[in-house]
Write a protein that binds this ligand. Structure first.
Ligand code: ADE
Ligand code: ZN
Length: 326
């Protein structure tokens, strides 16, 4: 109906998408065959049936296993290109795509293979789809800061191929302060900075991302609702929260979409945006996240325009592009 059509048509920015989380089971099997990699699942259906998660870690275990089929530059291109075509169909005009280089370099895949394959898909997205696409290099927080520092240095020959750094993987037990030096180094290099915080972790991790990492956006951040002073800080500084509703339900952060706090965060005056996180694993791409959340929370056309405008504002796109999309 009309709201659904509006949600598709509005120019939107996708700011919280892990490219490895866009790897559909069909492509996992195709790449496994192409590369001669053995999978511990007999079929696409059996793999998909394993996508029943009880928390973040139970998802991450299967997500890293899925990523193990990625070996060549063409594999990284094919994965990112499949995602970008779906994003374009959902009305995405700008995509800032997370990738986890350590997942690949630890298996012996060279940094250049990862980055060049993803970059080629971003370039083709602009020319063939009219989608502006950029890469954000994420550090795995379950690994050491030393490993993150070495990863950043290893990526510097491709410095112009990514716009920023992020922080993802297992949150609990790995507070932002652990990565203060590598984020300071990223700032020196002129890179944008974002971090997952307050997905499963406490409000203290969001404070840490702001004050120790000096991030420009918080990924997830839904646990901020537990801390009134933090809500005031996020509203005052207009720090965007890149919220992923279907992810939060699949990883049991909220029991169902109707109990998601996205509307409460908007009502508290925060710059909230909607994204897909790991769409191949969580049951939907960007437009599915919008439509299902709007249904469950009773949001209207005014909310639609606000959320889409927030996503453009919160992006790291050039001001001239932002003006065109608003
Ligand atoms: N890596 C991929 N998806 C993630 C999520 N939702 N939280 C933390 N790390 C991730
Ligand atoms: Zn995420």
């Amino acid at each position: 109906e009309r709201l659904g059509a509006l949600l598709r048509a509005m120019p939107k920015a996708e700011l919280h998408i892990h490219v490895e989380g866009s790897l559909e089971p069909e492509l996992i099997f195709a790449l496994a065959e192409r590369n001669g990699v053995a999978l511990p699942y007999p079929s696409v259906e059996a793999l998909r049936a394993a996508y029943a998660f009880s928390n973040l870690q139970s998802f991450l275990d299967i997500y890293y296993a899925g990523a193990s089929v990625l070996r060549t530059e063409q594999d990284f291109f094919d994965m990112a290109w499949a995602y970008l075509q779906r994003a374009a169909a959902d009305g995405v005009v700008r995509a800032e795509i997370f990738f986890d280089p350590q997942t690949h370099t630890a298996r012996g895949v060279p940094m250049g293979v990862v980055i060049e394959g993803l970059h080629r898909a971003c370039v083709q997205a602009q020319s063939q789809l009219g989608v502006s696409a950029a890469l954000i290099l994420c550090f795995l927080r379950h690994l050491s800061e030393e490993d993150a520092l070495q990863t950043l240095e290893a990526a510097l020959p491709w410095r112009d191929r990514f716009i920023g750094v992020g922080l993802d993987s297992s949150e609990l037990g790995h507070p932002p302060e652990k990565f203060a030096r590598v984020f300071a180094r990223a700032a020196e290099l002129g890179l944008h900075r974002v971090a997952h915080a307050g997905e499963e972790g406490p409000p203290a991790y969001i404070w840490g991302a702001l004050d120790a990492l000096h991030v420009e956006r918080i990924d997830h951040g839904v646990q901020a609702a537990q801390d009134a002073a933090l809500l005031a800080r996020l509203a005052r500084d207009r720090v965007p929260l890149t919220v992923c509703p279907l992810s939060n339900v699949r990883l049991r952060v909220f029991p169902d979409l109707a109990q998601h706090n996205l509307r409460a965060l908007l009502d508290a005056g925060l710059c909230v945006t909607i994204h897909s996180d790991d769409p191949a694993y969580f049951g939907g791409y960007l437009l599915d996240n919008y439509r299902l959340t709007f249904d469950a929370l009773g949001l209207d056309a005014g909310h639609a325009r606000l959320l889409a405008a927030n996503s453009i504002d919160a992006s790291f796109a050039a001001p001239t592009d932002k003006a065109r999309w608003r």
